[in-house]
Design a protein around this ligand. Structure first.
Ligand code: FAD
Length: 369
């Protein structure tokens, strides 16, 4: 790769790209969320939205990407790309970026995306903003976002409405501040976005059929593939699927006086409602629940139809992961707990008394039907 690659004219870079993570021939949900978000950015920039799809025998996924908004899919299909390895994937991605020059490149902040994006950014000598929660190109849209989401006096500030930099917003200083980062001198502007943060858009059959599939050659030598995956062994442990759940019953430090009993109550309520159990960071750090249950800034970002918070105070880092839930119900002994500020229904009381009452009344309502 040319060492002066990124001193090139940035005007030569065009189009929005999304790395389309797939595992065993199935697109990860984050990919579709990013394709939908990428569509918005591409429309603001008036350019194409392209999916970058790597794998083996994965061409059939291109239609699905088109259906969610991709105009074009760059497909790199080869047996060597069947299972993810950092060296092979980063080589192919950097070659593709160098050849086709996208101006924006998005990755999901999954384990793979978090491994891959910084590797590619370093190789390409460009900037990467990790764990973004909001993206804009259009300055007017960004100003409106600031009006809604910040305390800045945006009307008294000067704005360059012609600016086309990607504005990448993410929590900073432990979630107490939001910071917007730009990458004005290098391209592509790269960002990772946490699963569940962006919304998946509607599927269009017509767009699916119209997607253009480009198949550039895969140039990989044995020397490029320093890692060889011999076998993939899935952990026997079943992880909780917080992001896909429509109902989440989360517990916090409020269960401390009877941890087992508190988790059991949450499980029973979640089971009744067809949901899963989540937890605040305290419950994970204390070893009461495994880390896949954590909701919040350093856990999962969720937006279920119903989020029930039992004995959770509503710290800013917890709210960052669940405040977009459709309906929030909380049970807390302390009427001044910040969780009540965002709750649709708040019950001031002891969760060990209130939760069994909730469970009983749901059972009674169902029996009466
Ligand atoms: P507490 O704040 O201690 O609240 C417990 C609540 O339970 C209280 O409101 C109390 O009134 C109530 N209560 C007690 N007993 C009962 C009872 N019997 N019945 C009903 N209510 C009762 N936190 C997260 O959750 N997710 C994150 O991803 C996350 N990331 C973080 C990242 C950083 C960089 C930092 C600095 C912190 C992060 N935190 C995160 C931690 C966060 O700041 C809070 O410490 C944490 O969310 C508090 O958890 P909690 O609400 O369970 O506990």
């Amino acid at each position: 790769m040319a060492t002066n690659y990124n001193s090139a004219d940035i005007a030569a870079f065009k189009n929005v790209w999304v790395f389309c993570e797939q595992r065993q021939g199935k697109l990860m949900p984050t990919t579709l969320e990013l394709i939908s978000e990428g569509r918005k950015l591409a429309d603001e920039l008036k350019v194409e939205l392209c999916g970058l799809l790597l794998g083996s025998n994965v061409e059939s996924l291109a239609e699905e990407l088109g259906g969610y908004g991709a105009d074009r899919v760059y497909l790199y299909d080869a047996p060597a790309l069947e299972t993810y390895t950092t060296d092979a994937y980063s080589k192919v991605i950097c070659d593709a970026i160098e050849e086709f020059k996208p101006e924006v490149m998005l990755f999901g902040a999954s384990n793979i995306g978090r491994d891959l994006a910084p590797r590619c950014a370093a190789k390409l000598h460009t900037g990467l903003c990790a764990d973004c929660t909001h993206l804009d190109v259009d300055v007017e849209g960004y100003v409106n976002f600031l009006k809604e989401a910040s305390t800045l006096d945006v009307d008294s500030m000067e704005w360059d409405y012609a600016n086309r930099d990607l504005k990448m917003t993410r929590p900073a200083f432990g979630g107490h501040l939001m910071a917007t980062i730009i990458c004005p001198r290098f391209r592509p502007a790269m960002a990772t976005v946490r699963p569940g943060v962006m919304k998946k858009g509607a599927y269009s059959e017509a767009k699916a059929k119209a997607v253009i599939v480009d198949k550039p050659a895969v140039a990989l030598t044995a020397a490029d593939c320093k890692t060889v995956v011999l076998d993939v062994q899935k952990a026997a442990k079943k992880m909780v699927d917080l992001i896909g759940a429509e109902v989440i019953v989360s517990v916090g430090r409020g269960i401390a006086s009877d941890i087992e009993g508190g988790i059991k109550l949450a499980e029973e309520l979640a089971d009744l409602l067809g949901g899963v159990v989540g937890g605040s960071r305290v419950t994970i750090d204390s070893g009461w629940l495994s880390s896949d249950h954590q909701v919040g800034q350093t856990g999962k970002t969720v937006r279920p139809k119903l989020y029930i918070a039992l004995g959770i105070s509503g710290a800013i880092q917890h709210k960052a992961g669940m405040s977009d839930s459709e309906c929030i119900v909380t049970v807390n002994k302390n009427a001044a707990a910040p969780i009540f500020e965002i709750a649709d229904y708040g019950i001031v009381g002891d969760l060990f008394k209130v939760t069994p009452m909730l469970i009983d009344s749901i059972k009674e309502m169902r029996a009466a039907k």
